[in-house]
Ligand binder design. Structure first.
Ligand code: ATP
Ligand code: MG
Length: 431
């Protein structure tokens, strides 16, 4: 069954051209002996008119009995019609049913968001979800292109692990043939091993976190774009992140103009023009204090603090030099002030919050052991990770970027779930 044309082509063909379309029926309207079908495929919707004289009686009868979401093949001519959406329609000559729709289609106007997520497998047919998925695809493609053009090698890391990367609280435990294993929260440690051979690496794969609190920007399974770079310190890391984010967003907005319009979303690309401002954790606390929010030194910025802080900015900005206590053990202490680390988060403005987390890693063997012990972790669990510091260690840095977070921000989605094909949250693992 070879597809000869897509719906979007109907709007570029000449009137009178004959096309064969394959798609789904969104809607059927009958006016006497005239039947109008809205035919949808992956590229859009076009009106198809079925009437006797042009098509046979049988086709008109078939058209009038089609249920919503039946799949059909339509052969007909393109005609100009100012009343039709887009100014074009198809005058049907032949109609064939590919797959009937049995029963009433459950996705109807007025159903609530919960119902739509319970029926996500069907709701994926909506042009809105398709637009989001096309934008997401363009975004990931841009990231991959940027990395390749900048000398990074793409690697694929394991998902089953034996020791935490981001702290035990959000680990998913799995039974690995009677042994305890976990689903990884990040592939950072494997990337750190890989840079000794490849120097600059990136991965695009899922990370898993047993997020216990209900928020609008936490998933339990999300797609993580991670990168690690040999011979790299914090300042170069920040430049890498701002260049990448800027490229990804500009490319996506350019390539997917139509989808942004369909979603009624505008994104002003000046917002992601580098450089992004860099402020230290300490300055962030001062800004918060001036807004009447006091957190004690050493605490991480929570969702509320991030919201208030980011409301003061119009562009993404880095918060750097978080205290040791607020970050995982592998973050490099600042040699000029060991109470803080050479870490950085990129926060999106106007109330949104974190989209990238990263920093320089500890590359000194003894210091790393000391930090592991200070956090009450067992160095035995990190044997191979420690080995990396034993043989030709190097300063290195890396970061993680949440695909759904970036998408949620640029599309201004209320909930991160909308950025996923089949979202996974504490409350949802079906469908
Ligand atoms: P947060 O404080 O928002 O929970 P984090 O500090 O735990 O984030 P990192 O460990 O730095 O996040 O992970 C790197 C990036 O991965 C984050 O900046 C974010 O974009 C994304 N990310 C982290 N956790 C989640 C999650 N539960 N759902 C979706 N994306 C996430
Ligand atoms: Mg977290």
């Amino acid at each position: 069954m070879l597809k000869s044309a897509y719906v979007e082509e109907v709007f570029t063909l000449r009137a009178g051209d004959r096309v064969e379309l394959l798609g789904w029926v969104r809607n059927v309207r009958q006016h006497g002996k005239l039947v109008f079908l809205d035919l949808r495929d992956s590229t859009g919707v076009v009106q198809v008119t079925v009437k006797t004289g042009v098509a046979d009686e049988e086709a008109v009868k078939t058209a009038s009995t089609l249920g919503r979401e039946a799949s059909v093949k339509v052969v007909g001519r393109v005609v100009e019609d100012r009343r039709a959406p887009g100014g074009r329609e198809i005058l049907c000559e032949r109609l064939e049913v590919v797959g009937r729709a049995y029963g009433e289609y459950p996705i109807k106007p007025g159903v609530g968001p919960r119902f739509l997520y319970d029926n996500r497998h069907l709701y994926l047919r909506s042009p809105k979800v398709s637009a989001i998925m096309k934008i997401r695809s363009a975004m990931v493609e841009a990231a991959r292109r940027w990395f390749i053009e900048h000398g990074f090698t793409e690697i694929h890391c394991p998902t089953f692990i034996t020791a935490a990367v981001e702290g035990g609280a959000t680990l998913f435990e799995v039974n690995y043939f009677g042994r305890k294993a976990y689903l990884t929260q990040s592939v950072q440690f494997y990337q750190e091993a890989a840079i000794y051979g490849l120097e600059k690496v990136f991965s695009i794969q899922p990370s898993f976190r047993a997020e216990k609190s209900k928020t609008r920007r936490h998933l339990t399974e999300f797609w993580h774009i991670e990168a690690e770079m040999a011979f790299t310190e914090l300042p170069e890391l920040l430049e890498t992140v701002e260049q990448l984010i800027s490229y990804m967003v500009v490319e996506t907005v350019e390539k997917r103009k139509r989808e942004f319009t369909e979603l009624g979303r505008r994104f002003n690309v000046e917002v992601v023009e580098p450089p992004f401002e860099r402020i230290k954790y300490e300055e962030a606390l001062n800004i918060l204090e001036s807004k009447g929010v006091t957190i004690s030194w050493g605490e991480d910025l929570g969702a509320d603090e991030e919201r208030i802080l980011t409301e003061q900015f119009d562009k993404p900005f880095f918060v750097t030099h978080y205290p040791k206590e607020a970050k995982a053990f592998y973050h490099m202490p600042d040699p000029s002030n060991p109470r803080v680390t050479l870490s950085a988060d990129l926060l999106a403005p106007k109330g949104y919050g974190e989209i990238v987390g990263g920093g320089q890693r500890i590359h000194d063997y003894k210091l790393l052991i000391q930090r592991i012990e200070e956090e009450n972790l067992n160095p035995q669990d990190y044997r191979w990770y420690l080995d990396l510091r034993k043989y030709g260690t190097i300063p290195h840095s890396g970061f993680g970027l949440g695909v759904e977070r970036l998408l949620q921000w640029i599309l201004n989605l209320r909930n991160i779930r909308s950025a996923c094909l089949f979202p996974r949250t504490r409350q949802r693992i079906y469908p």
